[in-house]
Design a protein around this ligand. Structure first.
Ligand SMILES: [Zn+2]
Length: 143
């Protein structure tokens, strides 16, 4: 399982310049995407800490409660950040697929390989199909 810490680590955006990457992300996820991502992760981390403090403090000493709650909060921040990055990646992929119906994708959605100038209907790197059929329409609810 790959971890995505920045938008530069998403394979779909590897071949883009910094400016192009920001443009694509603003189109798919909105202009304040990093702010919302971090705000959401911190919110869930604080909520987890509050729940842990309430529950764990009944059973263990105060020092242990603080340590357990702190660890739970940090883990929740990391997990929720990764979860949000995966949702943003899914939206990015859907935007690409729906925007290129009937055409060749500019990059492979399987591995991020730059397909400019490549002939054929499969990615030379991973073998995944690179042409989106005209009748295909994807949503987040369907795989
Ligand atoms: Zn590929």
């Amino acid at each position: 399982m790959a971890l995505y810490w920045t938008f530069g680590s998403l394979p779909e955006l590897n071949h883009l310049s910094e400016r192009e990457r920001h443009h694509v992300l603003r189109t798919c996820a909105g202009p304040t995407v990093y702010f919302r991502l971090i705000r959401t992760a911190i919110f869930y981390g604080l909520a987890t800490a509050a729940i842990c403090l309430t529950i764990v403090s009944r059973y263990v000493p105060r020092d242990t409660t603080l340590i357990v709650s702190g660890i739970a909060a940090v883990l929740t921040v990391i997990v929720s950040y990764q979860f949000c990055m995966r949702i943003i990646r899914a939206h990015l992929r859907l935007t690409l697929i729906n925007g290129f119906r009937g055409e060749r994708l500019p990059i492979c959605l399987g591995c991020g390989y730059d397909l400019k100038g490549i002939e054929g209907d499969e990615c030379p790197e991973c073998g995944k199909g690179v042409v989106v059929r005209e009748e295909e329409h994807h949503t987040l609810n369907r795989k």
